[in-house]
Design a protein around this ligand. Structure first.
Ligand SMILES: [Zn+2]
Length: 161
């Protein structure tokens, strides 16, 4: 029997990884970074917004991003990943929930995220209808262990709206 009170918060974890290649646009968290390498992907390759979308969907108990937006669909080619977050947020709101807090870890050797943190936080806060102080972002390097890849982990907390 399910007797969990519906007022308890919902946690969601998202994870994504993309190969980095020279000459690709580098869009992370909806922000274009000045970088010699960028993530390769069917959409715009925004690993941060993909992981965020999966975290939102997971917390709301919904299918993952690959099921909702298959990379075999032409309409998802070069797509702005903010569309995925907006769709996930719509589902969150339909379920009577809202985002309370987000924490992200971006693991890559380049680009360096430091200068872009404020802009990325602001864009994510906008997409999540959330105060910037509740969006946190940490950059980690692999110390040269996997220089040709970006990996992102995102955890979100949803509460009743
Ligand atoms: Zn992705």
């Amino acid at each position: 029997m399910n007797s969990t009170p519906s007022s308890l918060p919902h946690i969601g974890l998202g994870w994504d990884t993309h190969r980095l290649e020279a000459g690709q646009d580098c869009i992370l968290g909806g922000v274009l970074l000045d970088s010699p390498v960028g993530p390769v992907g069917h959409s715009d390759g925004d690993a941060l917004l993909h992981a965020l979308t999966d975290a939102l969907l997971g917390a709301a108990g919904l299918d993952d991003i690959g099921t909702l937006f298959p990379d075999t669909y032409e309409e998802n080619k070069n797509r702005d990943s903010a569309d995925f977050v907006k769709a996930a947020m719509h589902a969150v709101q339909q379920n009577g929930l809202q985002v309370a807090s987000v924490d992200c870890v971006l693991i890559c050797d380049e680009p360096r995220l430091g200068p872009y943190r404020p802009a990325i936080r602001a864009r994510m806060a906008e997409l999540l209808h959330l105060c910037e102080t509740r969006v946190n972002l940490k950059g980690k390097t692999t110390e040269g262990g996997d220089a040709k890849r970006i990996t992102v982990q995102v955890v979100v907390l949803l509460v009743n709206a």
